[in-house]
Design a binder for this molecule. Structure first.
Ligand code: AMP
Ligand code: MG
Length: 423
């Protein structure tokens, strides 16, 4: 049975938060406050702007629809005739879409009209053909009750000429291509795409195709990062694997910062290991090493490397994806568009109990589904260690257990962020 209970915070005495630890929301806010959105623009053919960010407002050069037209196949006539009780009309011709009917319609006359055909002069109302019958003398008899102006689409009722159709900063979606085409717009100014350089750090990492030596692993982070970045519509610069050597790291950081708006690394930011990364970053830029009250993804490095934004993500493969979705994705979106939206959060009934320590936000990997009773239910995808990437691959959402919440009982409602909303 589902218990419809929202998660309750545990008393603060159970809280293990530390004073120098940032909350997820504060870290995200801090990151966004350090970003100046890209303004440089380029002009592109309409179809190639799909997924791109509009540089400025689009003002409509015309009315949509461009003329007042029929929404139905039927008969166009003047409503005053119907109001005065006339039910039989002389049909004076046919109006087709794209072929306006030129003769003015008089009292007690009607025009056979097709969907999309401009309303003939002297008509303001359309009777659908199912409510009309052709009499033996050729006259049209109208049945039923009608309203003045029915079944007519007014010029400009969708988009009036001179109005703002889309605002700068908007990402162009499939419907937008259709709307812009309906305005006759063939080219658009869109913002330059952010350039993102990314690489992995770690002596144990091998590229796929190489043979693994003892203690070595394949570099998977660059592949999940590649997937997440590709979905974001950015220019990608894959800089490969950098060994744990200060000189190599310095060189890679400098090269990346020269080429890219955003530099992303994974690995080497855990406390106590590869200590040389901190001095290299301190020497090259203004970088902060944060502890974030979250699991996974506690250590995060963020700052400026020259003119670039720098994100040093943890090395563990799940932590890379969690911190990317929570911090890097909103940052890149904001850089590209000047817009920020929190990820869509739904609430689902948790199928089983979960252990949770208050004091940090936990991002569990969940499988969300809808029951036959149309209720949302979620279950974790097996073992949740931050290196267990298969738990991410089997999941379709994060279960987000807020910082102040404690243990979850089966049937409690928990917040979930569907991965589909990160696309
Ligand atoms: P680190 O943050 O460098 O201490 O890495 C933490 C863990 O993540 C270690 O087990 C690393 O071997 C692993 N790891 C780091 N980078 C990668 C990578 N690119 N692909 C797969 N695992 C990684
Ligand atoms: Mg490492």
């Amino acid at each position: 049975m589902l218990i419809d209970v929202m998660l309750q915070p545990k008393p603060s005495c159970a809280d293990d938060s530390e004073p120098d630890v940032l909350s997820v929301a504060d870290a995200r806010q801090h990151i966004l406050s350090e970003i100046t959105p890209i303004t440089a623009a380029e002009k592109l053919a309409l179809r190639t702007t799909l997924g791109r960010v509009l540089a400025g407002d689009v003002i409509s050069p015309l009315n949509v629809p461009s003329h007042t037209n029929s929404a139905m196949d039927g008969y166009a006539l003047q409503a005053t005739d119907l109001i005065s009780g006339i039910t039989q009309f002389e049909c004076i011709g046919t109006a087709y879409a794209g072929k306006p009917f030129k003769t003015k319609n008089q009292a007690q006359q009607c025009v056979r009209i097709m969907t999309g055909a401009p309303m003939p002069a002297g008509t303001d109302t359309v009777i659908m053909q199912e409510q009309a019958e052709i009499l033996s003398d050729g006259k049209i008899h109208i049945n039923g009750e009608h309203c003045a102006g029915q079944n007519v689409r007014q010029a400009g009722e969708d988009i009036p000429v001179g109005s703002v159709v889309m605002e700068g900063g908007r990402q162009i979606l499939p419907a937008d291509l259709g709307v812009l085409a309906s305005l006759g717009i063939s080219e658009l100014h869109v913002r330059r795409r952010p350039r993102v350089a990314f690489f992995s750090t770690g002596d144990e990492l091998r590229a796929i195709g190489e043979t693994l030596g003892e203690g070595e692993i394949y570099d998977s982070n660059r592949y999940s990062l590649y997937g997440m970045l590709t979905r974001l519509d950015v220019e990608l610069l894959d800089l490969g694997v950098i060994p744990d050597q200060p000189g190599a790291v310095r060189e890679a950081f400098l090269m990346a910062a020269n080429m890219a708006d955003v530099v992303i690394t994974s690995g080497g930011v855990s406390v106590g290991e590869a200590d040389y990364i901190k001095p290299v970053l301190d020497e090259l830029g203004q970088i902060k090493f944060w502890k974030i009250a979250m699991k996974p993804g506690r250590p995060l490095t963020f700052g400026h490397l020259g003119d670039s934004l720098f994100f040093g993500l943890p090395g563990n493969p799940v932590a890379v994806m969690v911190t990317f979705y929570q911090f890097v994705q909103p940052a890149i979106r904001y850089l590209a568009s000047g817009q920020h939206h929190l990820p869509l959060t739904l609430h689902a009934s948790c199928s089983h109990a979960l252990h949770k320590r208050p004091g940090r936000t936990e991002f569990l990997r969940g499988l969300l589904h809808q029951t036959e009773q149309a209720e949302l239910q979620v279950a974790v995808t097996g073992h949740q260690g931050s290196g267990i990437l298969s738990s991410m691959s089997r999941a379709n959402c994060f279960i987000v257990l807020p910082e102040n919440c404690g243990d979850v009982e089966a049937g409690n409602m928990v917040p979930v962020q569907p991965f589909a909303c990160f696309v």
